[in-house]
Design a protein around this ligand. Sequence first.
Ligand code: UDX
Length: 430
Amino acid sequence: MTIAFVGHGYVGLVTACVFADFGNKVWVIGHTKEKIERLKAGDPIIYEPGLKELLQKNLKAKRLIFTLEYDKAIPESDIVFIAVGTPQKKNGEANLDAVFEVAKQIGKHIKNDGFTVVSIKSTVPVGTNKKIEKIIIANKPRNAHVAIASCPEFLREGTALYDTLNPDRIIIGSDSKRTVEMLLELHKPINGKRVLTNLASAELIKYASNAMLATKISFANLISYFCEMTGADCETVLEAVGLDRRIGRMFLYPGIGYGGSCLPKDVRALIHTGKILKLDISLLDAIDGINQQAAKNYLAKVVKHTRGKNIAVWGLSFKPNTDDIREAPSLVILHELLKRDFQIRVYDPAAQDNIKRVFANKLRYADSPYDALKGVDAVCVLTEWNEFKQIDLKKVKVLMKHPVIFDGRNIYDPHIMRKLGFEYFGVGRN
Ligand code: UDX
């Protein structure tokens, strides 16, 4: 098949590379010349394990073509995916400007003498796909046949390729039988349960999934406060809770709050839709509130227990295996520590350049986790990168002035840390 993607972020680029690897001809349309040139040269722009190799392999095989021009890619394509961002507006609403503009361009350039499927992968509020359909129909050539489908994407950053190749489910929301058949055909090499439904259900499945994940995380954070106040150990509590197969252990890890480009934004967009529908959204409000409180609680611990203002921060990205710092809890924590005159030396294996763009010379930047520690009064662990998990803790202790650890991701065992002579502060642990 020949397909096109508009957008080359985590969803667009990863999915485009995977479909190209299956042997399809895949166009990828962008709107920034410099980025398209970099992609053409085999640079994925974003950091995602395995992506560079897959991109270069499929560029070389000429199955993957990057362009700025709709008129080259769209008329040739049987299926066009919209995978552009829907960032959050100040009021929490999803900003759909890019999606609507892209829909207009697709409509204008769609082939006049055949059938095209336009499938929306961007996370859009329920009802948006119908609006997209109207825009495309209003702009398309007279004899063009087009149908819309909603195919939300559930890939996670850091494991995006694995998730795309091994999804739990593939959602296809469409009223058109032919569209469903074409999308089923395209997804044939990928396992996972197929859920065939209507547009509104598909749109809501994505928000409901992300809100459920956010609920589990905020619930874990709330329970961690109960643990801190009562002498319970939240890792043991949540492990035992998660052993109940109706609940499960995944996404029950407390910490400094969820970040990233999806969970915070999607919970707020759902709140906004709920308000429009005049629903009681207090549950969603509480999830968002607890999440914001998580970073503040961690900060309060650091401020209360440090023995000096010279600290190291390990981990800056919103989660491991990515350089992404969008809505990363580290941003709030660093800003607040700087306000309180802390001197901070940071280390992250991938996100350091992105943090530099935000904080410039307000922070000092280390070359290794050890390099960040010389003479510091404490170390704050904000992202659970593997390289911190079995670090030489004896060496760590020797380098620090005061061996105090604020473990925001519970990667160390409190008893072992105390035995080694550290003053240890985890989340929900005593
Ligand atoms: C999420 C969804 O998981 C994915 O299905 C969707 O397509 C996009 O949004 P992503 O943002 O890449 O994916 O990361 P995810 O692994 O969900 O983690 C989000 C945040 O939650 C991270 O900041 C992470 O540290 C935090 N988290 C996750 C916790 O604090 N505790 C947990 O138990 C799990």
